[in-house]
Design a protein around this ligand. Structure first.
Ligand code: SF4
Length: 354
């Protein structure tokens, strides 16, 4: 089969597969809805795309509904206090996304008159919107013929063409190969169809080649070596860091503080604690960082949390008492209104079970 004929067939079979069994997601306009004149709302699509970065659809869905209920349009979100947005995001991880979300909503109101840019190039200027997200929003909402490439698409294309170069270096080659196949006529549906293929059929382990619309052309699938692709530089083992936090409770309140805006968990709330280092410190050294000289008791088990670049083990110390004037005293009844990341919620649960 000539390569131009194969590309036509790849587009056709993928879109037919999407029309028949693509996922119905709350933010997605299905082909039949689009045909009936329903138009994608860029605010809803943007929200979903930012939330779905490095997070599963099932984890995102309740947050997406919550955000739309609290802030039905970009103006509402822009006017919300940033702390409220961070608190609503708590638990979803990668908190720079929430800070950028709020900043971006402000920019849309202040610089774009409340209207999202309608091109990939325009969207790329927004905080928190990278090449993949800009391409996805502009094709889904405005039908721009973009080339959407995320981790799922990299996997599918590298298997389809048996790309031998190693990721991340192979990205440029994969992007070019993907761009040749992308369908300019149904740009939004095509991109979503390819993402569905990657997440539902061409999975990292046990790809369902027998159910795949691209089986007829897939080199790795035919050779029975799909799981060997994409080829990647071997990951180094994740480093480990250690630290301690201090849970001080007094009259139904606990002591919190805010992390600096820049860096990991920037702007989020936390229990006071030590720096995170490569060595596990002795107890007296950890206690030197306690916010007071109360009678601290150590929880038997450390709390662990896996970040992208390291695993953290936190010792949790617990004491009762007040007389501390630094930080913020937070009511235990209203903890859910504070922007506490999952790590700190785990540490608080551990402290409360002592
Ligand atoms: S045939 Fe198999 S390996 Fe190839 S794209 Fe389809 S699911 Fe992936």
């Amino acid at each position: 089969m000539k390569s131009s004929q194969q590309i036509v067939r790849l587009r056709k079979t993928l879109l037919a597969h999407y029309d028949a069994c693509g996922r119905s997601l709350p933010w997605r306009i299905r082909p039949e809805d689009r045909a009936a004149g329903v138009i994608a709302d860029p605010y809803k699509v943007w929200l979903s795309e930012i939330m779905c970065q490095q997070t599963t659809v099932s984890a995102v869905t309740p947050y997406w509904h919550k955000f739309l209920q609290k802030w039905p349009c970009v103006e509402n979100l822009a006017c919300a206090p940033r702390d409220e947005v961070l608190a609503a995001w708590a638990g979803l991880g990668y908190y720079a996304r929430a800070r950028n979300l709020h900043k971006c909503a402000g920019m849309i109101m202040d610089e774009f008159g409340g209207v999202f840019p309608n091109t990939e190039a325009g969207l790329l200027k927004l905080p928190g919107v990278g090449p993949y997200t800009a391409a996805a929003i502009s094709s889904i909402c405005y039908g721009e013929a973009t080339n959407i490439v995320d981790g799922n698409v990299e996997r599918v294309i590298s298997r389809l063409r048996m790309v031998q170069a190693l990721l991340p270096k192979a990205r440029t080659e994969i992007r070019i190969l993907a761009g040749v196949i992308a369908d300019p006529k149904r740009a939004g549906d095509y991109g979503q169809a390819l993402m569905d293929l990657g997440s539902q059929v061409c999975k990292p382990k046990n790809p369902k080649c027998g159910m795949c619309p691209w089986e007829f052309a897939c080199l790795a699938g035919k050779a029975g070596v799909a799981e060997d692709y994409p080829k990647k530089i071997k990951k180094q083992t994740r480093p480990v860091r250690y630290g301690a936090v201090f849970y001080l409770e007094n009259g139904g309140e606990i002591l919190l503080r805010r992390r600096p805006d820049k860096g990991l968990l920037g702007g989020m709330m936390e229990l006071p604690g030590t720096e995170w280092g490569a060595e596990r410190e002795a107890v007296d050294k950890m206690l030197a960082h306690a916010p007071s000289s109360h009678n601290w008791q150590q929880c038997a088990k450390e709390v662990s949390h896996v970040f992208t670049h390291f695993t953290l083990y936190l010792n949790v110390f617990v004491a009762q008492g007040g007389d501390v004037n630094t930080g913020i005293w937070a009511s235990l009844d209203r903890l859910d209104t504070y922007a506490l990341p999952s790590l700190m919620r785990k540490a608080i649960r551990s402290a409360q079970s002592l």
